[in-house]
Design a protein around this ligand. Sequence first.
Ligand code: NAP
Length: 257
Amino acid sequence: MNLNLKNKRVFVSGGSKGIGLAIVRGFLSEGARVALTSRNLESLELTYKSLKEEFPNSDILYFGSDATDAKNTSKVFDSIMNEWKGLDIVISNVGDGRSTQEVLQSEEQFDRSLKINLKSAENVVREFLRTNSEKIGSICFISSITGLEAFGAPTDYSVAKAAVIALSKNLARKLAPGIRVNCIAPGNVYSPGGSWDEKIKSDPKRIASIIENTVPMKRFGTPDEIANVVLFLSSEKASFITGSCVVVDGGQTVGNH
Ligand SMILES: NC(=O)c1ccc[n+]([C@@H]2O[C@H](COP(=O)([O-])OP(=O)(O)OC[C@H]3O[C@@H](n4cnc5c(N)ncnc54)[C@H](OP(=O)(O)O)[C@@H]3O)[C@@H](O)[C@H]2O)c1
């Protein structure tokens, strides 16, 4: 299927590894131009170098920037506007489920989770709306199945991801017909160095049992399996899809037999 993404100007927050990197690679392989951010400039530069090796003729911008910081995010969008004069597609991917297993996390931890999972999304979308005078384009948020149901994930993370879904749906209603807004709810996605990699290293048997007993597909998802859906939703092939939250979880939300 030709997604017709060539030369589209795409922003991806948190694009140096994991799901964000798969999304960046997916857009680049379709010939899109991509601006990516992450906090650690050293690893971002390494990512940029390897992307340039893989996609030598690509137009890539990268910024060491914390998506939870509104001023930083604003500067990033100003720089992108200077270079590209606009953006067509925005992917708000930053988020983190690392937390504690208390019923209700400490106030400090709860605020941290809201900041990294929700505030980051709000900042990115606020800047897209500020710099997009024509109000045309596509936004995609990366939420989680933990924002749809109580699966036993940390409460703060689950609440923050539910808020991202609410943000996505409200914006979809208010920004139509010019801007389509959708959301992805991934299940368990493995990537080297990611949160599941850390959990496997600390207790491989427990994690194998969780996957075996809770995911009908009996495996982790891959970052590419999330990126494929993001690319489709961001493309003109999804021109009648807005306000959706697409579950990509190997069947976990419908439950195991
Ligand atoms: N993996 C899963 O099983 C899973 C399941 C459901 C939903 N999700 C969601 O999918 C998204 C990506 O998850 P992932 O597992 O791919 O994460 P990951 O492997 O930890 O990668 C996160 C990426 O975001 C960057 N990042 C983190 N905080 C940032 C910030 N404040 N500002 C800018 N960049 C930041 C990281 O680089 P730096 O650390 O250098 O900033 C990295 O590039 C998250 O929203 C997560 O909640 C993941």
